[in-house]
Design a protein around this ligand. Sequence first.
Ligand SMILES: Nc1nc2c(ncn2[C@@H]2O[C@H](COP(=O)(O)OP(=O)(O)OP(=O)(O)O)[C@@H](O)[C@H]2O)c(=O)[nH]1
Length: 319
Amino acid sequence: MRKIPIYILSGFLGSGKTTLLKQFIQEEQRKNKQIGVIMNEVGEISIDSNEVPAETQLCELLNGCICCSIRGRLETQLLSFIQEHSLDAIYIECTGVAHPVEVLEACVSPLLVHKTHVKNIITVVDSLRWKDRMRMNLRMQKLLVEQVKYGTIIVLNKTEQLKIEEIQQVIEDILHINSDAYIRTVNSEGDIDALLINNTRHVTVQEHETCHSQQDLHIKTLVYDFHYAVQKEAFENWLSTLPSTIYRIKGYIQFYQDPNVYLFQYAYGIPDYIKQPTEFRKTLVFIGEQLQRDEIRKELAQMEYICSQFERVHASFNL
Ligand SMILES: Nc1nc2c(ncn2[C@@H]2O[C@H](COP(=O)(O)OP(=O)(O)OP(=O)(O)O)[C@@H](O)[C@H]2O)c(=O)[nH]1
């Protein structure tokens, strides 16, 4: 019986996993292949799944990490994918705080071993964050190293943010931890076929140190729903005050006096806004350590309140 290949996309928060996944999907579609995608999020909602085309079989596993708290749900989902669809490949996008070997363990249960095989663990590295990783606490540094150590292919992404000699240093560090293949990319663009086929190392479950998102890493999430727009300048000023332990923010936002809704991405302190063609629920998801949830809620609510007052004044002048 033909075993369905599984590709595990690993890598820290905001490193470029979804960006890479979108390219895999395009490539598979170009070859008329049917694929299944499993997206795991530590938070209670997924923003990234809106990036997956409607014709792709998609499953969201939310509110926990498939490497620890919701491992059983991954197995159930893989089985249902196999039984209900005729798939050529399955892609699993891990949370940014997952340990790749523990995701692998969840994929090699006795119920799955005769039906699937894990072809590659592709670890995406944010080159700039890697270069500066000593600024992170030891637990996070260890996670970054573990993700690199157990990748069968390393994608060194966001390389345009570094100087040539810095890239050389990052490559040296990475090869020291894992001498398997690596590929340098910007926007996760590269030789997609090489990532799918190339595999110098047999993918096996190995002894490893654990680092679980909630117990060991103390990762917390917050979902904030907007009722009003906020002023862009005030929002950006506020972003610049956030601690570096807020590793990731993503979601949809609307700015005062701008009718557009933007996909907002914030990774390693760098914000990015992409105008959306359609309406989305205006929500931000925060992922980090020591999240001061009440403070974040209060500060965002304050920005909304100011704009709601502007709108009231505006409306009263137009009456
Ligand atoms: N400057 C730069 N930005 C990039 C590159 N690749 C991806 N990004 C941006 O980085 C942000 C995060 O990218 P994603 O692909 O969502 O990262 P991710 O690993 O899926 O994020 P999580 O799933 O939240 O962990 C987005 O704003 C991307 O557009 C790159 O090569 N250079």
